[in-house]
Design a protein around this ligand. Structure first.
Ligand SMILES: [Zn+2]
Ligand SMILES: [Zn+2]
Length: 408
């Protein structure tokens, strides 16, 4: 489970607790749902006990997600959970310790009182550092590295200056002496912070019906006009939705992104191109030369090995299913992985599918992908004692993995 955030319901003002990665605020008091949207990653502040003092907020960059890397031998992966001070100032505590776990954070109000210090640490540098400290070091050259399904955020620690000392605003204890008078933080203060959080009403832009989703959903659906919506720049944008019909009320539906891309560097336009590029031990059929290649990815967070397995299996199979089903009323698994993340995963799927890794991996740095089209496809699964099974494609997923994925 991630960190807890407290936010007032924009409708009735009641305090509601959220997980750090939640998007849908469901108020248990007035029952109004609001979708949380910000252009950039979430920003949180730890609660202070400093009264009316002038606060300085020190930034800590946090990353939690799966990191994949491709070397000559294999696609390697690990789950990374790291929080690091975002500015090279020695007076600030080097880490937040257990505070984010132990305290309830709030979304930062950057136009409110206090000065916010700029975060100078870049995500890529944070991940590279995590890599160096990791026990599983990569063997040899890494041709491609990407993070998928991440919760990226900035956490601010409240501090203040008194009697030439820097104080921790949570404990009110001095943490560092300051050598000189005056505003020593002037050069690293963000004077025009642009970040803000928008609360969007969860009404279907097409028919006005209530959109539905889970607290960690990144796509909401309308059961009335059977549409799916993703937030972009504070507005709901419709996404292409398809449902492969199941065979009964007990069917479960899991969401997948089906993507077609323009690939250069490693040119893959048709399914036959893909079979050749990944050296599949299969005789290429003539029809495959004209069959447009589509890449598949789970549209939900999963442990990296399961994510890679499902992406690879469905991409290899190229499911040709009847997709004119109705949007089911129940057993609809939430979309928790945005399309942008699924797109990042295409290179990993390609690398993971390669039979001859030594041949493909060194070509990965040349690969350029641009999205031509994408749709969200719900595939029917039936439940067995331990698994969810998709009978048309023979892919299956352990039920425990699905549960675990909700907490990634
Ligand atoms: Zn409310
Ligand atoms: Zn609608």
């Amino acid at each position: 489970m991630g960190f807890t955030v407290v936010q007032e319901c924009p409708q009735c003002g009641a305090a509601v607790e959220l997980d750090e990665a939640d998007h849908l605020l469901r108020c248990p008091y007035c029952e109004v749902n609001s979708f949380l949207f910000s252009d950039d990653c979430y920003r949180f502040v730890l609660p202070h006990k400093a009264g009316n003092r002038d606060l300085i907020f020190a930034p800590y960059l946090r990353f939690k997600g799966s990191v994949f890397s491709c070397d000559m031998e294999a696609v390697r992966y690990r789950i990374v959970d790291i929080t690091q001070l975002g500015v090279p100032f020695k007076g600030f505590p080097i880490s937040l310790g257990l505070r984010p776990q132990a305290m309830k954070m709030r979304f930062a109000q950057m136009d409110g009182p206090g000065s916010f210090i700029k975060c100078l640490l870049k995500t890529q540098d944070l991940l590279a550092r995590a890599e160096r400290h990791s026990a599983v070091s990569d063997t040899g050259e890494v041709f491609h590295r990407v993070s998928i399904g991440e919760a990226m955020s900035l956490i601010y620690l409240p501090l203040y200056v008194e009697n030439r000392a820097l104080f921790d605003g949570i404990t009110n204890r001095p943490i560092a002496g300051l050598a000189r008078e005056g505003d020593i933080f002037a050069s690293i203060t963000d004077y025009h912070p642009r970040w803000s959080l928008t609360f969007m009403a969860t009404l279907c832009p097409q028919c006005g019906w209530n959109l539905t989703g889970e607290r960690d959903s990144v796509v909401l659906t309308c059961s009335n006009c059977e549409t799916a919506w993703e937030a972009e720049k504070g507005k709901f944008i419709q996404i292409d939705l398809a449902v492969a019909p199941g065979d009964g009320p007990e069917t479960f539906y899991l969401p997948f992104w089906k993507m077609s891309v323009q690939a250069t560097g490693i040119p893959i336009a048709s399914y036959a191109d893909f079979i050749r590029a990944t050296n599949q031990p299969r005789v290429i059929q003539k029809a495959w030369e004209d069959q447009e290649m589509t890449f598949w990815s789970p549209a939900f967070k999963l442990q990296p090995n399961r994510f890679l397995y499902l992406s690879r299996q469905l991409t290899l199979v190229q499911p040709a299913l009847n997709i004119d089903g109705r949007l089911p009323e129940k057993h609809l698994y939430p979309v928790t992985l945005p399309l942008t993340d699924a797109l990042q995963g295409i290179t990993i799927t390609l690398a993971g599918s390669a039979v001859n890794k030594k041949k493909l991996m060194p070509r990965l740095p040349d690969l350029r992908l641009s999205l031509k089209g994408a749709s969200l496809v719900y595939l029917p699964f039936h439940e067995t004692a331990h698994e969810m099974v998709q009978k048309d494609t023979h892919v299956s997923i352990n039920k425990k993995s699905l549960e675990f994925g909700r907490f990634l």
